[in-house]
Design a protein around this ligand. Structure first.
Ligand SMILES: [Mn+2]
Length: 366
């Protein structure tokens, strides 16, 4: 029996294949491997992991130049760590069985619309206590509310053949075994174990994508990087890409740069969490990074989260900071950050830009 695997050029050559060009947006190409190829491939991967950590020998000599101690130096450069992580992620992904196809829904006659399900700062796994912050939030509440938001959004948004699940960052509240902010290591209110959080995150996103596949011909999936989940957004993107590899109706953006772009007719949509660039300068960065897409568009929109109260129109585009459905944690509540809680399904027309928006308030989902 043969199995499809993604190989880089070096791996393909070591297995005796003629190297092919990588697929679009990937650094690898697909090959059909038999059992002995697969065994050989895991040996190659283990060998390259070992090789990565050794860079050379150092010696300590006495005053006559005789060697007293000799030791092996191991490398800790960021590039090596990233390379090792990439190999580890690739190895883990090999065991993922792609999901089965969902029956394609009926095609709507009007193919000019795209619905954007805008979700930001969802902070799945955050723990908030109503007595302290005004509203409860935990894994269970967050999972229920998310499903209800999509049920409501799918039922009340116009018929369209295409949608985008625009998750603009901070979907996960924390990013590893310690519940702290990745940059400053501030302790976070967490519910509760990281494995549980990862399990719920995967379960609920798969469920939502399934729901979207029942209405839309094409589902674009964006899992943007946020300041709370810089590493988890990486595995989310890569995991979803692998899960839906056999489902051409799901398109997962795997761009590792935290600025994202989607073109729909004359409309160009940009996304960035808002943690890296000042809101008022963001239009400039989007255009600089996506010159061609911007240049051939007539309507440009930039979507961010992180902060939740600004909407401006510059000479280049309309820029908007979105609200979130999540409760405030104690930090936000004590700091007096009190923006309202809602999420929007925004409808774009290929020829006319934004033509509608459906604002779903948290109280509609309780
Ligand atoms: Mn944020």
């Amino acid at each position: 029996m043969k199995v499809t695997k993604w190989l880089n050029e070096e791996e393909a050559m070591l297995l005796g294949f003629e190297p092919k060009n990588p697929e679009k947006n990937r650094t690898k190409a697909r090959y059909q491997l038999n059992e002995s190829d697969i065994e050989k491939l895991s040996e190659i991967k283990i060998k390259s992991l070992k090789e990565l950590t050794i860079t050379g020998k150092s010696t300590l000599r006495d005053k006559d130049g005789k060697v007293v101690i000799e030791w092996t130096k191991t490398s800790k450069s960021q590039e090596d760590t990233l390379k090792a992580l990439r190999i580890a992620i690739d190895t883990l992904k090999e065991d993922i069985i792609p999901v089965e196809k969902v029956k394609k829904p009926k095609k709507f006659k009007n193919g000019n619309l795209l619905n954007q399900y805008t979700l930001t700062d969802y902070h799945l796994g955050m723990m908030s206590w109503a007595e302290e912050t005004g509203s409860d939030w935990d894994l269970k509440i967050a999972e229920d509310i998310l499903v209800k938001f999509f049920e409501t959004g799918i039922a009340t948004s116009p018929n369209a053949n295409e949608c985008v699940f625009a998750q603009i960052g901070d979907f996960l509240h924390w990013d590893g075994l310690d519940a702290v902010t990745p940059a400053s290591k501030h302790v976070l209110d967490a519910d509760t174990r990281f494995t549980k959080l990862v399990r719920v995150a995967i379960r609920v996103i798969r469920r939502v994508i399934n729901m979207l596949l029942n209405k839309y011909q094409t589902v674009n999936v964006l899992m943007a990087e946020g300041n709370h989940d810089p590493a988890s957004s990486v595995w989310l993107r890569e995991l979803l890409y692998s899960l839906y590899e056999e489902e051409p109706r799901v398109k997962v953006d795997t761009n590792p740069d935290p600025y994202y772009c989607l073109v729909f007719g004359k409309v160009v949509l940009f996304y960035h969490h808002g943690h890296k660039k000042n809101f008022k300068m963001l239009d400039n960065v989007f255009v600089g990074k996506f010159k061609k897409e911007f240049g051939s568009s007539e309507f440009a929109y930039g979507h961010t989260g992180h902060l939740h109260h600004d909407k401006i129109e510059s000479n280049l585009m309309v820029l908007e900071q979105h609200r979130t459905l999540a409760s405030k944690d104690a930090y936000a509540s004590r700091g007096g950050y009190l923006s309202g809680r809602d999420s929007k399904v925004i409808t774009y027309h290929k020829e006319y830009g934004e033509v509608g928006r459906n604002t779903i308030n948290i109280d509609m989902l309780k």
